[in-house]
Design a protein around this ligand. Structure first.
Ligand code: GDP
Length: 366
């Protein structure tokens, strides 16, 4: 730009007010501000020591690391887990399921408070399949377990969101290990009674507890027969006041119905009990039944056998998930599948032929 050049449209007798000029540059004499450094990343030692010292801030961060899908974090997680694994395994792992509104969070809070007051350290984890679909968490959205969350000996962690159910299962299993290494004696794992989550939770706990409402049958409460069969204890909640009689009738009918089912745990006869989580009634009785279960299964060796099976099944299910992921993410498989889908739909290829072609493409012709 030329200095003091007037534009063509400026009136002839105008002065310098229409002229454009180049301003001298302004240089700041101030030193550039220092970049704020990100907080130092915790090292494997920091995570390990913090968890083993039962530092809840570090435990939370360790679980955040476990929940990360970032490949670097997954590697760091595995290093930490390897170091804390020898200190894990010493808890009672309890799965808790039941239809929405049965009172799961109220029950967990009542049981958790009872346990904290009796000298236990309690961790609450959750498996929430809705978080996989919505990316959010039904369980996490509510302010839950207000009193329990204020207890020093309680640690509450909402459900990890995102990823597949298998991914959520890995994260929950690894979080159990972290909580155990941090000295938590009882781990309560909550699930909402929908989808596949009950089976997933059953596969990671020692005892599975089903919470129900008085009255209506399980099909009316949206509970499948399979879930009743998976349970070691069935607890009819809200058994107080006018509901007490109905709750007792429900308890008796479940007790006779479960006699006909195969036990979820070898050597243990499942039982139905009643309680009122809101009024803190029957909680102690639930806990004494848990103890009875633990004593019986530990003495018979079933406890150890189940834990071993669960560990090996965990490895197997992770292999399955990884093979599945790699298969369907493979570019050649994607292309071939697109073609085969069309010919299956048009009737040129049978589904079995299509499967063979896909499998042979990936694994080779065996
Ligand atoms: P969740 O959806 O299974 O977690 O159920 P919540 O714990 O959120 O409880 C659902 C509703 O039932 C809440 O309003 C609770 O206050 C109430 N509730 C839970 N336990 C009891 C109980 O023992 N008696 C009564 N009367 N209400 C209860």
């Amino acid at each position: 730009m030329k200095k003091n050049k007037k534009p063509e449209w400026a009136p002839e007798n105008s002065g310098s007010e229409y002229a454009s000029s180049v301003m001298p540059a302004v240089y700041s004499t101030e030193k550039p501000k220092k970049q704020i450094h990100k907080r130092r990343q915790l090292t494997v030692d920091d995570y390990t020591n913090g968890v083993l010292e039962s530092n809840t801030v570090v435990l939370s961060k360790a679980i955040t690391l476990i929940e990360s899908n970032n490949i670097k974090h997954i590697e760091l997680t595995q290093e930490v887990l390897k170091r804390i694994l020898p200190y894990s395994g010493n808890s009672i792992r309890i799965g808790i399921t039941g239809p929405p509104g049965a009172g799961k969070s109220t029950f967990i809070e009542a049981l958790g408070l009872y346990l904290c007051r009796n000298g236990f350290k309690v961790a609450v984890l959750a498996v929430d399949p809705s978080s996989i679909v919505s990316g959010g968490s039904i369980l996490g959205d509510k302010t839950r377990m207000e009193f329990l969350s204020r207890e020093n000996n309680a640690f509450i962690r909402p459900s990890p969101s995102g990823g597949t159910l298998g991914g959520v299962a890995r994260k929950t299993r690894e979080s159990i290990i972290a909580c155990e290494a941090a000295g938590y004696d009882v781990i309560l794992i909550e699930t909402i009674g929908v989808g596949q989550s009950e089976i997933t939770v059953r596969s990671m706990v020692d005892l599975f507890l089903l919470l129900l409402l008085p009255g209506s049958g399980d099909e009316l409460q949206g509970i499948k027969k399979g879930v009743v069969e998976m349970s070691d204890l069935i607890v009819i909640n809200k058994a107080e006041g006018n509901n007490k009689d109905r709750a007792n009738i429900t308890r008796v009918s479940y007790n006779s119905a479960i006699k006909l089912l195969t036990s979820a745990t070898e050597g243990w006869k499942p039982k139905a009990l009643t309680c009122s989580a809101l009024h803190n009634e029957g909680i102690e009785n639930v806990w004494s039944n848990v103890n009875e279960f633990m004593e019986l299964t530990k003495n018979s060796g079933i406890f150890k056998k189940r834990r071993n099976e669960q560990l090996l099944n965990w490895v197997k299910s992770m292999v399955e998930e990884e093979v599945y992921r790699r298969f369907f993410e493979n570019d050649e498989i994607k292309k071939l599948k697109q073609k085969l889908d069309l010919s299956v739909l048009s009737g040129e290829t049978t589904p079995t032929q299509a499967v063979r072609s896909l499998i042979n493409k990936y694994f080779g012709d065996k």
